[in-house]
Design a protein around this ligand. Structure first.
Ligand SMILES: Nc1ncnc2c1ncn2[C@@H]1O[C@H](COP(=O)(O)OP(=O)(O)OP(=O)(O)O)[C@@H](O)[C@H]1O
Ligand code: SF4
Ligand SMILES: [Mg+2]
Length: 372
């Protein structure tokens, strides 16, 4: 595994740098319900990504992953913050100036069928971005065939239509279309979630090969923590629009700092051998909250096992929140980032610290059982 982005880029400019990026949707129907607050889909998100690196983005449904991906391509306009791509601030570029950037940043979707025009042949689908970007000069047919070969499609497939292909092959067509412009960065939004496990592995291997050949940066969005662990160098965990934890993959999976990450990881199915050693499941209270009406203080506090454990300590000041006594810090004050070193950062007043995790997990399970 390669080291984290900032280390790899030697302190120089990474391929992608996102600073304080936010998106609030002001949906008219929601205006009346939420008093004009809007949906805070992405809230002050910052990270960087180096060439050749994969940053995995995980989180429950509605946590803002797709919005973040679309912001990076400026398919949705940011409400605040900056995006630097290849050293250039792309936040202020006009739509015309964005065309150049869009050659270099491509998106791959979960449902390739939905993103491929069913009336176009595979050859036309792969050629279209080159035509749109004015790169279709004589002899480009060779380029179409080259890209198709790169992604494991055969030359005779070029005259066929998307419905004639399996899900995995359709995803290869989507990847070929994205690769036609020789991008530097791919935003992959759940690229294998709709595929069978064996096909997932083939597509992941293909993506890896393409990444290595062209030193591509990947922003890899997925629900599946096992897939993200497999593909990522670093991982960002999103909760209600915020990156609550980010760090090198191995550090984050072996020593998660944020109680939300601990909860997500404890729900991942484990192989039998691990199960024999025993494993505790940390209960995640309730459902993900509303991005129109964020909880006060730490937005995770209504669901956090750690806050409930801390509240048992007589030395910790507590306040009432929805019928429970919870730490005043969690309910009233937004936590600040805590850095464990090596770019492993979590936003929590009481982050987990290495060795105490299993003890905390056991006690959390006990306390949730006690609570009924
Ligand atoms: N165009 C839009 N208008 C209004 N609200 C939106 C819009 N797009 C997304 N949202 C809201 O923003 C929040 C984040 O949505 P987003 O699709 O980014 O989440 P996600 O993490 O990708 O979820 P999933 O895992 O289900 O794909 C949600 O509350 C969603 O309802
Ligand atoms: S700040 Fe408090 S509520 Fe938020 S994650 Fe940390 S312990 Fe839980
Ligand atoms: Mg999504």
């Amino acid at each position: 595994m390669k080291p984290p982005a900032d280390a790899r880029s030697g302190g120089g400019e990474p391929l992608l740098r996102v600073e304080g990026l936010s998106k609030t949707f002001h949906d008219r129907r929601l205006f009346s319900r939420a008093g004009g607050a809007g949906v805070r889909a992405v809230d002050s998100v910052s990270f960087s990504l180096a060439a050749g690196e994969t940053l995995g983005v995980v989180g429950e449904t509605g946590s803002g992953k797709s919005t973040l991906g679309r912001l990076v391509l400026r398919l949705v306009e940011p409400s605040a913050g900056r995006i630097r791509f290849n050293g250039e601030d792309i936040t202020a570029l006009s739509q015309r100036q964005l065309r150049r950037m869009r050659q270099q940043v491509q998106m791959i979707f979960q449902d390739p069928y939905g993103s491929l025009d069913p009336r176009m042949s595979v050859g036309a689908i792969v050629a279209e971005p080159m035509i749109v970007h004015g790169l279709w000069h004589g002899g480009r047919d060779d380029r179409v065939l080259e890209v198709m070969r790169q992604v494991g499609l055969q030359a005779e497939h070029r005259n066929r239509y998307p419905h004639e292909f399996s899900g995995g092959q359709r995803q290869r067509i989507g990847i070929a279309r994205a690769m036609a412009l020789q991008p530097k960065l791919l935003v992959l939004d759940e690229p294998v979630s709709a595929l069978d496990v064996s096909i997932q592995a083939q597509i992941i291997n293909l993506l890896r090969e393409l990444q290595q050949q062209a030193d591509l940066g990947f922003l890899f969005i997925a629900h599946d923590l096992a897939v993200v662990r497999h593909v990522s160098n670093r991982v960002a965990v999103m909760y209600l629009g915020e990156i609550v934890e980010i760090g090198p993959r191995d550090a984050l999976y072996s020593s998660p700092m944020h109680p939300y990450t601990v909860s997500l990881l404890s729900a991942v199915p484990v192989p039998t051998v691990d199960r024999e050693r025993g494993r505790d499941r940390v209960v995640l209270h309730g459902e993900i909250g509303s991005a129109t009406n964020l909880p006060s203080g730490c937005r995770f506090h209504p669901r956090c096992y750690k806050a409930r454990l801390k509240a048992e300590n007589p030395d910790v000041e507590t306040v009432e929140s929805q019928g429970e006594r919870l730490p005043a810090a969690c309910v009233l004050h937004q936590p600040r980032p805590v850095d464990a070193g090596d770019g492993h950062v979590a936003i929590c007043h009481f982050p987990e610290r290495g060795g105490d995790r299993s003890e905390v997990a056991v006690r959390a399970v006990e306390s949730s059982r006690g609570a009924g």
